[in-house]
Design a protein around this ligand. Structure first.
Ligand SMILES: [Zn+2]
Length: 427
């Protein structure tokens, strides 16, 4: 049942006789349209579902992202990358393949990629969640014949509480720490989760915050990209510019998981620490991370959310790309749906927050402050219980790449009918 290579599979439904997307060494490839979706190696043309590092490879000649995702993608790839954008719901034709992007509800600019060719419709979800999120467009079900879904939290134990309860808990934790003379450090992904927390806390707290909000450099860079995109966030201060202990008194500090256990955090002592992740559903994970609190908050669909989202597509066939792929595939197959786990390099909600952009930002934040951000050797590789360690990320460069694609052209994507528009990030 576990078809690892879709190409090798020839099912009765005809999805694979002339597949619209195939899995290659570089990632999901659309042969008739000659483009990749979220490749993990540099390719000529890449449609990117969202700007998390496991979906956004460096070094592609041309990128296409949802228009909402331009600023965050630019922040991750740098000024030299060639990035075209397409508003949600608009389409263009590439070699007879109709391409459109639809909100995935995962982070700002996250998109499902819909491809249509000769009457067949396939949708690649990237990462998604179905819960509303004040910092990005809401997930939109897209009808299709074949749905390529994530399944990061594809186990029945994963059911998220209403997020307003989680934000209320977090606000109470912050207040209690302030009253006890401690600062509050919450570890969250620099891109997406951190901004969702900021917006959620602002709504939970209203006009009387317990203290200032300080952000690690990697988080602050993404805050800037969100604000540049028109997303309202509460006021934050770059943590290392926040003056002395008085300015940090009662503060909430938002930092990426990679900052946990590093010298960077010492300036905020005494502090209570927390990690915000779907994995906090599992007590052992919290213990392993040795933080004081775990807030169960994920930007991925929980078990009911996954099943509802898959159902809403009406798809005859489903591929599961990452997470508990085998479990979800079996569950679907037992209910009469064609379903296969496919091997990709996506990680879903890993416990790392590494990307070229984030690391560069960390380095930049450290430079000039006589301080180096050390990544904990092991904490960043810990995996949830019962889950195999994720695969290596491929070739994330350790040094900045030389400039490439400095031409103002938006590339060969969208020339066919002029829809969509390129953007070099200076608009
Ligand atoms: Zn993601």
């Amino acid at each position: 049942m576990m078809a690892r290579l879709p190409l090798a599979y020839n099912g009765p439904m005809g999805h694979h006789d002339n597949p619209l997307l195939t899995l290659t060494d570089s990632g999901l490839y659309c042969k008739p349209g000659d483009f990749f979706i979220d490749p993990w190696r540099p390719v000529d043309r890449a449609i990117i579902t969202h700007a998390h590092a496991d979906h956004l490879a460096w070094g592609c000649s041309e990128y296409l992202v949802a228009r909402d995702g331009l600023a965050v993608t630019r922040a991750r790839l740098g000024e030299t990358a060639t990035i075209a954008t397409l508003p949600y719901g608009e389409s263009f034709d590439k070699n007879g393949v109709k391409v459109s992007l639809h909100p995935a509800g995962h982070i700002l600019g996250s998109a499902q990629v819909r491809v249509e060719h000769l009457g067949r419709v396939w949708v690649a979800s990237g990462d998604y969640k179905v819960e509303p999120d004040a910092t990005c467009a809401a997930f939109e079900p897209v009808r299709c014949h074949l749905f390529i879904s994530e399944s990061t939290f594809g186990l029945p134990i994963y059911r998220w509480r209403p997020q307003r309860e989680v934000f209320a808990d977090m606000a109470a934790w912050w207040r209690a720490n302030r009253d006890a003379g401690r600062s509050s450090i919450v570890y969250a992904y620099a891109l997406g989760k951190a901004q969702r927390i900021l917006a959620g806390l602002a709504a939970a707290i209203g006009d009387d915050p317990p203290g200032p909000i300080l952000a690690h450099g990697a988080v602050e860079a993404m805050n800037r990209a969100y604000r540049d995109s028109g997303i309202a966030l509460p006021t934050t201060t770059h943590a290392t510019e926040a003056g002395g202990p008085t300015a940090r008194s009662g503060a909430l500090i938002v930092a990426p998981p990679s900052a946990h256990g590093t010298p960077w955090t010492r300036r905020f002592a005494p502090a209570s620490t927390a990690f915000a992740s779907g994995w906090m559903r599992i007590r052992g994970t919290r213990r392993r991370r040795s933080v004081d609190r775990g807030f169960v908050l994920s930007d991925h669909a929980d078990w009911p959310g996954l099943l509802a989202a898959i159902d809403a597509t009406g798809a005859e066939a489903v591929w599961l790309t990452h997470g508990y792929t085998a479990v979800v595939a079996r569950w679907l197959a037992e209910r009469g749906r064609e379903a296969h786990a496919v091997a990709t390099r996506y990680e879903g909600e890993g416990e790392r927050d590494e990307s070229p952009g984030a690391e560069a930002t960390d380095r930049a934040a450290a430079t000039g402050e006589g301080e180096v951000i050390h990544k904990p050797a092991d904490a960043s590789r810990s995996v949830p219980e019962g889950e195999a360690p994720s695969q290596p990320r491929g070739e994330a460069p350790t040094e900045p790449r030389p400039p490439r694609n400095q031409t103002a052209s938006v590339g060969s994507w969208i020339r066919s009918d002029g829809q969509g528009h390129g953007d070099r990030g200076d608009a």
